[in-house]
Design a protein around this ligand. Structure first.
Ligand SMILES: Nc1ncnc2c1ncn2[C@@H]1O[C@H](COP(=O)(O)OP(=O)(O)OP(=O)(O)O)[C@@H](O)[C@H]1O
Ligand SMILES: N[C@@H](CCO)C(=O)O
Length: 326
């Protein structure tokens, strides 16, 4: 459930009076998502999403996230567009939290990923990278390589209870990944989403009844980092089956569609295996941290860290471009 902060009808009406969005018709809390409180709003001007930023979002970073969404939407990317209040500000406060209203995107995220989703995903990712190219602000990836050792340290005491020997395995994996990580300047950098999981990509049926991307959401991990790392995140999140096997057909569809718009250079292709291992470790560590640090009964839905240990193992043993789906 992701409504941490309750908003009353009166507070919302008073808040909306500052926006050129007409009259409130209805609103409801959205149960999905774990980071922020989200409400769906219907006003006489249309449908919108109200987000109240909770625990993990640093308010100082909100101008970057909202500015990036504004920029990408302005470039024609289907992503939430922040709505400015009458004073020109998109970032305001409601119920004691930083808050913003964004445009509502139609579509649904795929509960079961099929190979037909992966081509449109690859194309959408390449479009996102192109649209972000001239966005001037930057944000360091707080969950990039320098963040992984401190995260692992915070899991050290409780990690082996999740699986015996896990911490030692992760120490070894981390050392190997850091040693092989591309040096600064070696690969193209830009604005990346960094969390483009299936629940952040909406689809509608296209004219040929094949799935077409209708929107990308949840830019609150976005940052300025290696473009190919975003592909590595997607290969992790979209291309494994429930039994843990890697689906090369899905990966091939994703990579081929991406490269139609932005072909990868030789250095990027060569680095993709270590980027995939790094992405697997990133999600393993944040999940492990949440798994061990979240008190029973907390509102947060914990996700299985060991799913990403299996993915890390796959990317540590996969040899050659064909194994990754090129
Ligand atoms: N612009 C939008 N248009 C339509 N639906 C949206 C939009 N933004 C959010 N939603 C809905 O709200 C849900 C939660 O949004 P989101 O994934 O951003 O939540 P979160 O708690 O911030 O993030 P996380 O996925 O990291 O837990 C989505 O699954 C979707 O149903
Ligand atoms: N997409 C992430 C959660 C947000 O970072 C995961 O599945 O672990």
């Amino acid at each position: 459930m992701a409504v941490y902060t309750e908003v009353t009808d009166e507070a919302l009406r008073a808040f909306l009076a500052d926006y050129p969005l007409g009259e409130l018709i209805a609103f409801r809390g959205i149960a999905e998502g774990v980071e922020n409180s989200n409400y769906a709003l219907k006003t006489t001007a249309g449908d919108f999403i109200l987000t109240l930023y909770e625990r993990r979002v640093d308010p100082a970073e909100l101008p970057y996230f909202l500015g990036l969404m504004e920029h990408l939407a302005g470039q024609g990317l289907a992503c939430p567009q922040p709505v400015q209040a009458r004073d020109g500000q998109a970032l305001r406060r409601l119920a004691g939290r930083p808050a913003a209203i964004c445009t509502f995107l139609p579509g649904v995220w795929p509960r079961r990923v099929r190979p037909e989703h992966c081509g449109p995903l690859g194309e959408a990712l390449a479009r996102l990278h192109a649209a972000g190219a001239d966005f001037p602000a930057t944000r360091r990836n707080a969950l990039g390589p320098p963040g992984w050792a401190p995260l692992l340290d915070r899991c050290r005491a409780a990690g082996d209870a999740v699986q015996p020997g896990l911490v030692a395995q992760l120490d070894a994996a981390l050392a190997g990944i850091l040693a092989a990580w591309p040096k600064p300047g070696a690969l193209p950098v830009g604005q990346i989403h960094a969390d483009l999981f299936p629940d952040n990509v909406f689809f509608l049926d296209g004219p040929d009844r094949r799935p077409a991307v209708s929107g990308l959401i949840d830019f609150y991990f976005a940052c300025t980092d290696l473009l190919a790392y975003d592909i590595a995140v997607c290969l992790n999140a979209w291309c494994f089956e429930a039994d843990g096997s890697y689906n090369v057909t899905k990966a091939h569809a994703l990579l081929t569609a991406y490269q139609r718009l932005r072909p990868l250079g030789a250095a990027e292709r060569g680095a993709l295996p270590v980027l995939c291992r790094g992405a697997a470790l990133r999600f393993l560590l944040t999940r492990l941290h949440d798994w061990t640090a979240t008190p029973a009964g907390a509102l947060v839905t914990r996700k299985d860290p060991l799913e990403y240990l299996r993915k890390l193992r796959f990317f540590s043993t996969a040899e050659g471009p064909a194994a990754l789906g090129f």
